[in-house]
Ligand binder design. Structure first.
Ligand code: UTP
Length: 292
């Protein structure tokens, strides 16, 4: 089948973000900045770089700031124009033109699986991507595009995997399977947040390319770990019926939904900025010397 490209991705951003309270009382965690851009903008930029046309944003309570961020900011642009801040105006206009954002609402945060199901009416009957709104991947080739290529090659659902320390397997969906090539496995087991006996140390990371058939499983999915409708449980059903691949993507992943992951992401992305790198390294040196 000719590769038409990945057209649509669902970006769930309707969680409560309890790990970041009180910051997330009024602001969604996906809007917290990494240096000077909201986490979600990095995710949308990855989608755009992969050729995605429509981003289906699953939003919840208090998420209008996300829509505003990707919309035209008429008053702000006018004020900045009057003050001759041309580069700022250009930057804001570029954000509003970045992508076609379609917003759907998850009325209650019933879990990631339920959030993905909320995107069904927009997706229709074609394969689609899922990109978690708080999971960042810094890579040369966009992570979602790496998965799409594997999907095209094998004509099977693909999920992103990453090795994690044994002490962290209880925090993730964990998958195990048979090796196809250096990066790809045919998944034989997948389980959400195993308390003991994880099938491997390969954790499921927030990038997926899925066939519309996943919605059939999500529609009848009973609640799982934490009382939530888990995407992993429906992926296990998909694996049983038509197979599921895992892909160890090339790139550095940052969990911006976790406090330490968020701090690390800020440092990593600041170090990529020439105007900040030297100052930041100097500051680290001062901190280390003060501790010595
Ligand atoms: P998380 O489990 O990291 O988000 O979900 P959370 O529940 O908001 O986080 P904490 O544990 O309370 O701090 C991963 C992604 O899925 C979205 C979240 O917004 C996040 O981007 N999500 C999660 C939904 O959209 N709906 C849900 O019901 C749950």
């Amino acid at each position: 089948m000719a590769d038409q490209g990945l057209r649509r991705v669902i970006v769930p951003a309707a969680g409560l973000g309890t790990r970041f309270l009180p910051a997330t009382k009024a602001i969604p965690k996906e809007m917290l900045p990494i240096v000077d851009k909201p986490t979600l903008q990095y995710i949308v930029e990855e989608a755009v770089a992969a050729g995605v046309k429509d981003v289906v944003l699953v939003n919840g309570r208090g998420k209008s700031s996300i829509e505003d961020h990707f919309d035209v900011g008429f008053e702000l642009e006018t004020t900045l124009s009057e003050r001759k801040k041309t580069s700022d105006v250009d930057m804001l206009r570029a954000i509003s033109k970045m992508v076609n954002l379609v917003s759907v609402r998850q009325k209650h945060p019933l879990g990631l699986g339920h959030a993905v199901l909320c995107g069904k009416p927009v997706i229709g009957n074609e394969p689609f991507g899922v990109m978690l709104g708080d999971d960042m991947v810094d890579s040369e080739v966009p992570a979602i595009l790496q998965l799409w290529k594997a999907f095209q090659k094998h004509q099977q659902a693909v999920i992103a995997l990453m090795e994690v320390p044994a002490s962290e397997t209880h925090l993730y969906g964990i998958a195990a399977g048979e090796k196809i090539d250096e990066r790809t496995i045919r998944i034989t087991h997948i389980v959400e947040k195993p308390k003991s006996n994880p099938p491997s140390n390969l954790a499921v990371i927030g990038r997926y390319v899925l066939p519309p058939r996943i919605f059939d499983y999500l529609e009848t999915q009973e609640r799982g770990v934490g009382g939530e409708i888990q995407l992993t449980d429906s992926l296990a059903k998909l694996q049983q019926s038509e197979g599921l691949l895992g892909y160890r993507f090339d790139g550095i992943r940052h969990d911006a939904g976790d406090k330490f992951g968020y701090l690390k992401a800020n440092i990593a992305y600041a170090l990529k900025r020439p105007e900040l790198k030297a100052q930041l390294l100097k500051y680290f040196k001062e901190v280390l010397e003060a501790k010595a």
